[in-house]
Design a protein around this ligand. Sequence first.
Ligand SMILES: O=C(O)[C@H](O)[C@@H](O)[C@H](O)[C@H](O)COP(=O)(O)O
Ligand code: SF4
Length: 605
Amino acid sequence: MKLHSTVDRVTERIRERSRDSRAAYLGLIDQMTQRQRGADRMGCANVAHAFAGMPTGDRFKVVAERVPNLGIVTAYNDMLSAHAPYAGYPDIIKHEARSLGATAQVAGGTPAMCDGVTQGTPGMELSLFSRDTIAMGAAIALSHDVFDGALMLGICDKIVPGLLIGALHFGHLPTVFVPAGPMTSGLSNKDKAKVREQAAQGLVGRKELMEAEQKAYHAQGTCTFYGTANSNQMLLEAMGLHVPSAAFVTPGTALREQLTREAVRTLMGILPQRRFAPIGRIVDERCIVNAMAALLATGGSTNHLIHWVAVARSAGIHIDWDDFATLSEVVPLLSRVYPNGSADVNAFQAAGGTGFVIRELLDAGLMHEDVLTVREGGLREQTRVPVEGEGGFSWQETGASGDLSVCRPATEPFSPIGGLKLLRGNLGRAVIKVSAVPDDRHVIEAPARVFDSQEQLQKAFSAGEMEQDMVCVVRWQGPRANGMPELHKLTPPLAVLQGKGFRVALVTDGRMSGASGNVPAAIHVSPEALAGGPLAKVRDGDLVRLDANAGTLEVLVPAAEWDGRENATMPPALTVESGRGMGRELFAGMRRNATTAEEGACTWL
Ligand SMILES: O=C(O)[C@H](O)[C@@H](O)[C@H](O)[C@H](O)COP(=O)(O)O
Ligand code: SF4
């Protein structure tokens, strides 16, 4: 199918804007590629230290026989249900590598934060910058520089973006990402949200709420809503950095282990001595556009409008929210997974999953097909599905949708446009996930109520002060102010108000979770209030209009008055300097150095 002209145009303008930085990036990759392999290039002491911890047989192989040595970067810990399965992965990988005549080492571990654990708590103010900390952790691991390829073990929110940013700073290395799969379905996300709203109104107590939450989150594996973690998986498949359709296979199954071993076989196939495919060449402008298309087609997490800007930047590629907005005009919505619908990611997988979405987008000319990936067959390979069989698995072509309420073909999409939209106006630039908002709530015009923290809003709600149409402006939530936390805990109170018929919206320079959804929220407002952004001028009672159809976000105050207003200042008690603890002070340097949300909130530039 011929590539859609808009996809072609956006790719071209990204290529044009990135020409110099991409050329410099590829130049570095070429330099690194031309070096001898680590065990031959480095000093004897360096090499001896590098392999002293290996079993003797492996040590001999990697130094004397010069067999490939694979580096494992793992974000394993027990705090993320999604990452807990990784505990046993290094041994499986080493076993498979040996069987293929290679060796493997855990090059290093990285931190990994569970946003579900920290949601609504002080720890969430470390979350965004844990991404770049993870990238630095990956760099520290790979800087041992004795690897012929890398396997990245990470799934959740900031971890995949962080591992990708880190890996792309070692763009000369062939790299495969290794997923661990979603937990089996428990209490549905919709039923969980209902109990939360009852609790927010005092209709059920902590005991009932705890029961519901533990029925929802009940096993190892990724949470089953289509939030940032599962959006990460969809994008890695669309970028051709995974074994095909490996994303959503349940942990602990025979097929899961087979797919982990297949990841090692896949990496062996793209080493310098084979079909050389270093990650820095796989992740080119077309690959990034393919990821953007997959995000829009699935109504993925709004967090990717920040993270993928940083990921692209790490490969010398510059993208912005206008690129997403232009693609969103032609990329249809092909899946409805909570919060964009009631199905969960297991139902998505059963209905066709990542392979179905990629096949539909390729056939509609909405993705680049002629791209380099970790697999011989290019991106079309990602439309195949592994089916368990005698002693292993076989590959099948993805078929028609198994459930049209979950996955739709591009010929009859849920919506002709993607799930994310850009908003512009005198309050700055912002984004909104429209795919999860009821149609009659895409335009909200109401008086503003200004909050300096999410706690202030929750207090006002509990005091019954919010029973009216209202645009809640929550400011001082940007990267430089307090690390741009997710304000997902505001979803239940706002959903209660919306359920009572009030016309409510959230406008913030903060983030929402990928699991947030049914209340209209203009988020990532840039420039942020602390950087002199317009949110610092909004006052209680100002009329604010959020129009997701027109793509506007405005305060309806006479220009002369608006221009004449002084910016409010961030309350000192909310600043890191006030000594708020929980390690937030350690990230002060990253806050000071962070670029805007639209520039990826990068802290290393
Ligand atoms: O971006 C995301 O997808 C979220 O950060 C997600 O990872 C987070 O854990 C949610 O908070 C979970 O949802 P609940 O908080 O509703 O359980
Ligand atoms: S999806 Fe979110 S809540 Fe679930 S394990 Fe990952 S980070 Fe934690």
